[in-house]
Write a protein that binds this ligand. Structure first.
Ligand code: ASP
Length: 451
């Protein structure tokens, strides 16, 4: 198979994104998306909505079984509770550190340019405060009273806890449970194959998701909020291309260029779904098959990161705090800024990586430092686009930390990491050859005869 063919999916996904932006902008600029119009009913809220939703559902469908099986395999693969504890501690520390640095840099940039100073207050869209879960509850809920309920709700921390406990117990039971571990291994492989199948249709879904989001964006709002959007996007890019890459190089010595090349696909998925949680299957696949992170590390660090690590979201909170404070002419002290940093880091632990959750966290931060929560209404109009970009940064952070932790544990395959084409989805992987088909049919007939 030629390398060109191997690269085709990445190129197609990027093309899907590109055309999605173009079509979305055309619909937006020409006002074709007015409520009740043909384009609105049949295309934007019809075709684009259905195709996009089907795809996001397909990704979400895989999250729980994938995390469950891959974590069981991961724990069995690590084989030692001490190592597990070390991986947990390292990843937690790195996630918190990168988030704190992210928000500190964002606040410094926004404050030094005086973002929002001298601007007129625009009529605010009302913003309803939703409560973020108190930290006490987050802690209590880590242990699920009903694991099936946690799975049904897609609650990541209790799911991680339960899966790890199952894995540890398999190790303790030993030989008797080895069949169960083997089955989990096979189930994990099947799930991963499903990820590849879903990725094959991704270019069309990415197109639909992005075209719909962009066509619904308030472009006029964007011009009012140009300063806010520019500083926010600038800070997100600085974090992605400078801070995270310095952290990667410093802590692991791995090549940032190779990382950027391999993470592109995952970023497009995160960008189009605006959800770190829905992107877990793709991030996990990229980490294990493209970056060479052993499943024993990635199966823990990726779902853990999707829940507790939100660098991009923290950056938004830093920029928004400075922006709204200046708009309302309120002075924030250094102590207030430190509170903002602490609150953002803590809030990111308790909130899941789903679209728009950053605003819920922001209202928590505002209440804490005494900023008007209704100020959030001012940035609401552009938040979807900002959410898409910051989610891409969030998942990149998850993959950076996974790579660093794996490298430090000797669980990173450098051959895979440095091979530009390793793990790229190729169509032949999704094709059942004739021999396999016949073997499968034979196995089914034999099982049938036996029963
Ligand atoms: N959508 C983000 C994520 O899933 C969270 C947010 O910033 O709203 O990571």
């Amino acid at each position: 198979m030629s390398n060109d063919r191997k690269m085709s999916l990445t190129v197609k996904v990027l093309l899907g994104m590109f055309f999605g932006i173009i079509v979305g902008l055309i619909i937006n600029f020409t006002d074709m998306n007015t409520t009740g119009s043909f384009i609105n009913v049949y295309i934007v809220d019809g075709l684009f909505f259905v195709v996009g939703k089907l795809f996001v559902n397909a990704l979400k469908m895989l999250v729980v079984p994938l995390v469950f099986f891959s974590l069981i395999c991961g724990v069995c693969g690590i084989g030692s509770i001490n190592t597990l504890g070390r991986v947990g501690t390292k990843s937690f520390a790195l996630y918190m550190l990168t988030t704190a640095v992210a928000i500190a840099v964002a606040i410094s940039i926004s404050a030094s340019v005086g973002l929002g100073q001298g601007m007129e207050l625009q009529a605010a869209t009302s913003f309803e405060t939703k409560e973020a879960p108190p930290l006490k509850n987050v802690l209590i809920d880590i242990v699920p009273s009903n694991p099936i309920k946690a799975m049904a709700n897609g609650d990541m921390l209790p799911l991680i806890f339960f899966s790890i406990l199952v894995g540890i117990s398999i190790l303790l039971v030993g030989k008797k449970a080895s069949k169960f571990a083997e089955s989990a291994e096979i189930a994990n492989e099947i799930m991963m194959k499903m990820v590849s199948i879903i990725m094959a249709v991704a270019p069309y879904a990415v197109f639909a998701l992005i075209a719909r989001s962009i066509s619904q964006l308030g472009i006029d709002l964007l011009s009012h909020l140009a300063g806010y959007a520019t500083i926010l996007i600038g800070s997100l890019f600085i974090h992605l291309f400078i801070t995270l890459m310095i952290v990667l190089k410093l802590f692991s010595g791995l090549s940032p260029i190779m990382f950027i090349k391999k993470i592109r696909n995952t970023q497009v998925f995160a960008f189009s779904t605006a959800s770190s949680n829905a992107t877990i299957p793709i991030t996990l696949r990229t980490a294990t098959e493209r970056l060479g992170v052993d499943n024993s590390v990635a199966s823990f660090t990726v779902p853990f990161g999707a829940t507790i690590n939100m660098d991009g979201t923290a950056i938004m909170q830093g920029v928004a705090t400075v922006f709204i404070a200046n708009l309302y002419g309120l002075d924030l002290t250094t102590a207030d800024y430190l509170t903002v940093i602490l609150m953002s880091v803590l809030a990111s632990i308790g909130t899941a990586g789903v679209p728009g959750v950053g605003l819920v966290m922001l209202s928590m931060v505002f209440t804490q430092v005494g900023l008007p929560v209704e100020g959030i209404g001012l940035i609401l109009g552009v938040d979807r686009l900002m959410d898409m970009i910051r989610t891409a940064v969030n998942v990149s952070g998850d993959a950076v930390v996974s790579s660093i932790v794996a490298k430090s544990e000797g669980k990173l395959d450098l051959g895979v990491y440095n091979d530009r084409h390793a793990g790229a989805v190729i169509s032949s992987q999704l094709h059942i050859d004739e021999k396999t088909e016949q073997e499968l049919a034979k196995a089914v007939i034999q099982t049938h005869d036996k029963s």
